[in-house]
Every structure is written in C-alpha cells, then in structure tokens.
Design a protein around this ligand. Structure first.
Ligand SMILES: *Cc1c(COP(=O)(O)O)cnc(C)c1O
Length: 384
C-alpha cells in the first residue's frame, strides 16, 4: 500500500448490480452508466472496463476532462455522452471523437454547428429541454427559434437525443412536480416530431425515476448511484422493496476503503486525546492512530462518532478527526498491532460499515461522501 489508504472495488458486485438493473429496466431501454465525479469516487479507469465487461456500451460524464479519461480506457465502439461542461474551444475534439453532448443554449448550438461545418463532420447532439428543474435546458419560450435553427442546419448534426432531468424523483414530496415535468417533456417531443425533428433516443430518468416511475424509462436511462450499490434515498429503496416478495436488498456495494494501524500507544487517565478537549480519557486507554483524515475524505463530522473495523471488531473513533489522521479506542480490543488492516467503509469478516449508515451519521448523502474520496487514493479491482 503506497497511499495511506486504499480503495478496493469488487468486480463481482459490479457485475451483479448491472445484471440486476438490466433485469429491472424494460427491454429495449439502453442503460447509460453515469461515471461523473470520478465514477462517484470509485475511479473511472477501473470502473469503466469492469462495467463494459457487464455489457455497458454507453457512459455519461459531466465534463470534457472526464470524457477524455473514459476514452483512454473504453472499447472503441462504446459511446460517451457529456451532460455538462465543454468550453467552446474544445468542441472540435468532442466532435472529432464522436462524443455526443448536451446542448442547452444557443451559444453552444451555434458553436457546435460552426465547428461541425469546419470539420466536415456531424456533431452528435442531445437537446436538453427545461421542463421544471430550472437548471440547464432550453426554455420553452425559445422553442420556435430552437426548432428553426435545428431545421436550418440539418447537414451538420445528428439528433442523438432529446432529454430532460427530473427535480428530485427520489422523494415522493416532488411527485407532482416530476409528473408535470414528464408531461411537458412528452408534449415537447411531439412538437419536435411535428417539425420533422426525430431524436434517436428520448431520455429523462436517473436512478430514482427508473425505480419509482418506470414509465419514464423511455429509450435510455442514466444510471448513477444504483450501479454502485447505493439507493438514491431510503424512500426509493422502500418503494422498491415494498412491491417485492423478496425483502432483501437486490444490489451490492462495490467499495471497500481500507487503511492500516500506523501507531499503537497508551494514554494516561485524565488526558485529552487529539486536538482540543473533545475527548477526555476517563481511564488509562490504549489507542491506535490511523493515517486517514478529512483530507482523504473521512468527514470531520465523524469526530467522536465514527466506527472502523479492525480484526473483525467494531471500534470507535475518539477525538477530532485530523487532516491526515484519526484515532480509535482499542482499550478493550484484543491483539491490535501496528500494520493491522483497518476497514473504514465495507466489510471485514461478518461485520460491515456501510456508506449509508456512515453518511447518515455524518449528515452527508451517499453521493457526497463517495464523490469526496480523493482520486489520489490508490484503487484496485478485486474479483470477489
Ligand atoms: C448525475 C446525473 C444522473 C445520475 O443520477 P443518479 O441519481 O446517480 O442515478 C442522471 N442524469 C443527470 C443529468 C445527472 O446529472
């Protein structure tokens, strides 16, 4: 282990989750595997080939730098779609490499058409429509103008998709809003067809909508969090499980985050441990120092509350989590010595520390904790 901690990805779990998704999602709907945020912290370079092994042939990223990383490791036929950031000066690279991309304003549309003309190659466009999220997407007031521009420049692009994004399908509180968005989206699709614009694929659903509103699966779904073995929210999980006979979680977590005991030492009764005075040793204590802290993604809010696994024992974090280290109380543990494996997230023997419980504890969503695992941590793909 060169880095103070290491992240292992279970290939078996990757295959299992994608297999589950394929069974759940209706036939004919393509799965786009969303690997933005360094594949939700899992690591693009390891995750992409493993997902391809499970049959994934389409990946979605946020930005051009992520697209470039996917291109380094993907198979030649696999498609890549950029949903967010592309500077206009780099659109020629995107077009030249057959990468499709979202267009949500006239600046990008003009830029794409101009560059496509120059290159003599068609741009692969997904037109994003504003349906109620109020983020990116063409506003309805520009619909006529949009259709006009698209109809005037048909030689320079392929209309790969028409898309939108729901504002919070993971919570029933947004039910009305999501339904309304879907209705608007379908209506706008009709307007496109009436104007002789025929998108190859309609896509709107992410993980939550795919589970909770299966009718929104359309031609393609953009699956992020679920493929990594986490539910978008407990509501989505309950929605799924309450409609099944088998009451077990159908997906498996992929990540195990491991470190090692760096130092073991004694602390006298009456001393404070770590910075400040948040932890007082009420008796003579034995502690272990782990070389992982908040700069490595171990949230400071886990100070005095987090748990780790060492030698198949669940052990409490004491004192403040530091930038590069955390301290655990091993007074009542047997046989813990320097170099022993520490599991920060994942399984050790029969015990398990999930990101879910971990992130409830630290008040972060699954998404945030995973994505914050720095890309500098060494990552390994293991078969089981
Ligand atoms: C991140 C993202 C997704 C995937 O969301 P999950 O909830 O992780 O499945 C889908 N579509 C867009 C536009 C996104 O930004």
């Amino acid at each position: 282990m060169n880095t103070p901690s290491v992240i292992e990805l279970s290939n078996e779990s990757i295959q299992h989750n994608i297999h589950f998704l394929r069974k759940f999602i209706k036939k004919g709907t393509l799965i786009s595997s969303v690997v933005k945020g360094n594949a939700y912290g899992h690591g693009i370079e390891l995750y992409v080939p493993a997902a391809e092994e499970a049959g994934i042939i389409h990946f979605s990223v946020f930005s051009i730098d992520e697209a470039k990383r996917v291109c380094q490791v993907k198979s030649p036929e696999t498609e890549v779609m950029i949903m967010g950031w592309i500077p206009c000066c780099e659109i020629d690279w995107v077009i030249a490499n057959d990468i499709s991309f979202w267009v949500f304003d006239f600046e990008r549309l003009d830029c794409a058409i101009t560059k496509a003309k120059e290159l003599g190659k068609k741009a692969l466009l997904h037109i994003e429509l504003e349906t109620g999220m109020n983020r990116t997407g063409f506003d309805l007031v520009f619909l006529r103008e949009l259709i006009k521009v698209l109809n005037e420049s048909k030689d320079h692009y392929v209309l790969k998709g028409l898309c939108t994004h729901f504002a919070g399908a993971e919570s029933i509180a947004n039910h009305v809003r999501v339904q309304r968005q879907f209705k608007i989206f379908k209506r706008l699709h009709k307007v496109f067809l009436e104007n002789d614009l025929h998108p190859e694929r309609l896509h709107a659903a992410s993980s939550a909508a795919t589970i909770t509103y299966p009718n929104t699966q359309l031609d393609m779904v953009r699956i992020g969090i679920l493929q990594y073995g986490y539910w978008p929210s407990s509501e989505t999980f309950i929605h799924y499980i309450s409609r099944r006979k088998r009451k077990t979680d159908p997906i498996k977590r992929i990540i195990t985050w491991k470190s090692r005991v760096m130092v073991v030492k004694e602390v006298k009764q009456g001393s404070f441990v770590s910075y400040g005075t948040t932890y007082l040793a009420t008796e003579d204590k034995r502690i272990a120092v782990i070389p992982t802290g908040y700069s490595h993604g171990y949230s400071r809010t886990l100070s005095n509350t987090g748990r780790v696994l060492i030698n198949e024992q669940r052990i409490a974090v004491i004192g403040m989590v530091n930038m590069n280290m955390l301290i655990v109380d091993i007074t009542y543990c047997t046989d813990i010595k320097q170099g022993d494996e520490v599991v920060l997230i994942g399984r050790q023997g029969e015990l398990d520390i999930s990101v879910s419980s971990f992130s409830e504890l630290s008040d972060q969503l699954n998404y945030e904790l995973l994505v914050r695992l720095p890309s500098s941590i060494e990552r390994k793909l293991i078969q089981q």
